[in-house]
Design a protein around this ligand. Sequence first.
Ligand code: PLP
Length: 272
Amino acid sequence: MQEYIYVNGSFEKAEEARIHVTDLALLRGYGIFDFFRAIEGKPIFIEDHLDRFENSARLMGLPIPESREKLREIILETIRLNPYPLLGIKMILTGGYSPDGYTPTQPSNLVVIGKPFEFKDPHKGLKLLSMNYKREIPEIKTLSYIVPIRAIPQMKAAQADDLLYHHEGIVSESSRSNIFIVKNNIIVTPKEGALFGITRKHVIQLASQHFEVQERDVSLQEYLEADEVFTTGSTKRIVAISQTDDTVFNQGQIGPVTKQLQNLFLQYEQQS
Ligand SMILES: Cc1ncc(COP(=O)(O)O)c(C=O)c1O
């Protein structure tokens, strides 16, 4: 199927969509994005993602060239032109073209990409590798993923699926998802140093109807002693963490709390 990408005011065939090499996202890594899914044509948690996109842009000092209403229209048109049953939508806002290669000049470049998307097996727990790292500006969804991408060979060698970030003894998040631990049926998720994930927000809302949920610092020690650990993100929904470094959680099986939340979340998402 021919795919279409929005670039600064018009939709182009995917293979023809371009921005110029003097963009500050390429030259200096200056830009933000957001990502969410559309299922059978329906964007999931779209208003939350627009809120976060606007917030990331504001904190980064990047003006969005379109109104919120227009952004919504562009997203709906992206879905219409790329009618896959499960579509991943990426909105990207870059620093724009800079004559001196450093100083931002307006306007920013706005790109919206719609691509077919697949979930990995939700019944398979992930293995994480711990890494002493904290994202530079954790509350902004920046384009910079250099640390986890650079660690891909190290993860492959350890047969790990992803990373667990911790800094000064405190756990924050994984490379592209948030972290929750379960101990004695109490669910805890880090409050500081992580991106405010949209899935995280909805999982907290949903889980609070069934369990005690705490948002607070989680030490690496507490994490490693958890009964269950799971991770949340738009590309994953809820996925169990079965191992981190040498520590195996719940004998490598998906724990009962994680399983219950996985099922509840599927229904919750459908009703959203
Ligand atoms: C660093 C980081 N943390 C957490 C998340 C999870 O956020 P969300 O649930 O909005 O996908 C993401 C995913 O985009 C991410 O890149």
